[in-house]
Design a protein around this ligand. Sequence first.
Ligand SMILES: Cc1ncc(C[n+]2csc(CCOP(=O)(O)OP(=O)(O)O)c2C)c(N)n1
Ligand SMILES: [Mg+2]
Length: 580
Amino acid sequence: MGTAEPQVAAATQPQTIDGFQLVIDALKLNGIDTIYGLPGIPITDLTRRAQAEGLRVLAFRHEQSAGYAASIAGFLTQKPGICLTVSAPGFLNGLNALAHATVNCFPMILVSGSSEREIVDLQQGDYEEMDQLAIAKPVAKAAFRVLHAEDIGIGIARAIRAAVSGRPGGVYLDLPAKLFAQSVEAEAGRRSLIEVVDPAPRQIPAPEAVKRALGLLKGAKKPLIILGKGAAYAQADADIRALVEKTGIPYLPMSMAKGLLPDSHEQCASAARSFVLPGADVVMLIGARLNWLLSHGKGKTWGATRAKDWGGQKFVQVDISPQEADSNVRIDAPVVGDIGSCVSALLAGLGADWPKPPADWLKAVAEKKTANVAKMAETLAMNPSPMNFHSALAVVRDVVKANPDAMLVNEGANALDFTRSIVDMHKPRKRIDVGTWGIMGVGMGYCVAAAAVTKQPVIAIEGDSAFGFSGMEVETICRYQLPVCVVVMNNNGVYKGTDVNPRGGDVAPTVFVKDARYEKLMEAFGGVGVYARTPGELRKGLDDALRSRRPTLINAVIDETAGTESGRITSLNPTAGKKK
Ligand SMILES: Cc1ncc(C[n+]2csc(CCOP(=O)(O)OP(=O)(O)O)c2C)c(N)n1
Ligand SMILES: [Mg+2]
C-alpha cells in the first residue's frame, strides 16, 4: 500500500476542477456527444478539451451553419443540439439558427462565450462587448447566464430541460470568459453537476379530450388528417401509422412529415391537396400548426370565398402546447399532450369497430389523386434540353426511392417546391428543409448534422441561390469526409435567371453569373465535382456519390426560364402592380 507522503500532499493541495471541465462533464453526463461550433476567444480551449474528452467537435466555417446543424440534430435526436460560438459577432451569427430552432420547435442550445460582465454592463468598451443575454431572449424559448463555476451544472440542466420539455425550442446559454478559468474543489464540482431526470416528461392527454376528438371524427363525412413536423419529431411512427390506417382517413403530410407513412401510401392525399383541404368537413391536425403554411385555416384554400373567412371545417388539434388551439380558427376538439401519448390514447379509444370514412369521400379523393398523378407523370416523362426542374427531379425521385434510408436536405424556391411535390419520401424523418420560415442557408449545416447523426448518405437538393448562403461549408463536408451529395439546381439565379435591368448596367438583382461552375468548389477541397446537363449525367453523378460515399457536388444545369417568381408562394409577394 502507499506511504503516508502522498496522502499529506493530497490533503494540503486539494484537487480542483475548472469551468472548462465542468461544462464538458455536464454535457457528457447528459448524453450529449457532439458540439457544432466555431472556435475563438473565449471558447477555443473548450473546443479542444471537449474533443480530447471524446466529444465530437464539428467545426464550421460560419456559426450560422453550425447553428442550423445543431437545430436539426435536435429535431432528429430529441436531444438538444449544441452550437458553440465566440462572443458578440459569433453569437450574432448563431442567433438566426437559435430563432429558427424556436420557431420550428427544435431543441437546441446556443452556448456562447461572452466578455467581462463588469465592463460590458458599464459599457466601457470591452473586446466584443455585448449584452448577449438580453439580445437572445426575444428569439429564445429560454435564456440563462452562468457566473460561477459551481452553477455550471444547474445552468446546463436548466438549458437542457428548457430545450426539450413541452414544446421544444432554442435556448441560449451565456458563459462569460472568466467562468472557464474558475476552479472549484473537484469533489464539490462533480457533485454540483446534474444528470437531468426525465428531461421531456410525457404529457398525457385528458380522457375527455380524447373522447371529444373521437366523437367529432366519428361523425365526419369527409375527414382528413394533417401530419406536421411535430408528429415526425415525436418518433411515434408505428402508432401514427396505426391511427391513420385504422381510421382509414386520408392524410396530408406537411413537408417534414413526408415519409412518416410512405408517400406512396394509398391514404396519402398529397396529390389531391387542393381538393381535400376545401372538401374536408373534419380535420385532425397532429403536430401541425394552422400557420401560413396551411393558409391559417381560412380562405380559398379551405373553400371559403373570401381570404379571412373560415371554410367551415371542424378541427381536432393534437398538440403539445395548450396555447396552440384557437390561434387562427376555432378548434372544436383540442387534444393537449405529447404527440406519442395523444396518438396512443386516440388509438386505444378507436375500439375494434371504428367505421371507415364514407366511401364516396374516399372515392372522390382517389379519383382526384389518380388524375393529378397522371398529369404529373406526363410532365415528368418529358426530356427537355436544357433540363427543367421536373426532368432533373424525376431522377432524384428514383434515386431516393432506391435509397430510402438516405437523408434529403432541401432548400430554394422552385428547387424546394418541386422537390417537395415530386420526390416521394419512404421513411420517417428523412426529409429536412427550410421549415416554418422558409429560411435560406440551412443547407450545408443540415447536411453535416444529418450525416453525423444518422451515418446515412445525404442528398441535398439546393437552389443555386440557396446553396450560396452556406456554400463554403463544402470544405467542412470534405474535411470530415461526410457522405454528402449536393445537387445545385443551377438556373442562374433567384427563381430564374432571365430578369433584365431595364436601365442596363448592373445585372438584375435576381440574376447570377451565368453557367457558374459550382462543382469546382467541391473539387477545391478534394471532393468530387460533376457537371450534369442531362438526366443521365445527373443519375450517374448521384449513383456514383451514393456508392462511393465521397463528398460530391453535382452542378445540374437547369433551364433558366423554368422557375416562377417565389416558387409556389407567389401570392405572398407584393409586386409593383404591373405583374399579376
Ligand atoms: C435567409 C433568407 N434570405 C432570403 C430569402 C428569400 N428567398 C426565398 S427563396 C430564395 C432563393 C431562391 O432561389 P434559388 O435558391 O436559386 O431557387 P430557385 O427558385 O431558383 O430554384 C430567396 C433569396 C429567404 N427565404 N431566406
Ligand atoms: Mg435558382
